[in-house]
Design a protein around this ligand. Structure first.
Ligand code: SF4
Ligand code: SF4
Length: 83
């Protein structure tokens, strides 16, 4: 259970401070070497117990940049959730 930041990330930094469990690192610290932000899957809890939906995706200005497993909500913004 984790979200994934895809290569449409523009490294704007909007998501990183939103994460309640510090699962996000910036492009400099991305362990894959890609110049995009990165989510540690072993840390991300998909905001369960913190927010109704992934806070990073809510903050991200790039549509479809942050994806997660539940229903494959690619690009879906929390707040427009139909559950
Ligand atoms: S979904 Fe929540 S816990 Fe996971 S990386 Fe985004 S802000 Fe952090
Ligand atoms: S908010 Fe979106 S575009 Fe900005 S750094 Fe995070 S994942 Fe990348």
């Amino acid at each position: 259970m984790a979200v994934l930041i895809t290569d449409t990330c523009i490294s704007c930094g909007a998501c990183i401070d939103e994460c309640p469990v510090d699962a996000i690192v910036d492009d400099d610290d991305n362990p894959t070497g890609e110049s995009i932000y990165y989510v540690y899957a072993d840390k991300c809890v998909e905001c369960e117990g913190h927010h109704a939906a992934p806070a990073c995706a809510a903050a991200c200005p790039t549509d479809g940049c942050i994806v997660w497993a539940e229903g494959n909500k690619k690009g879906k913004k929390p707040g427009s959730n139909a559950a």
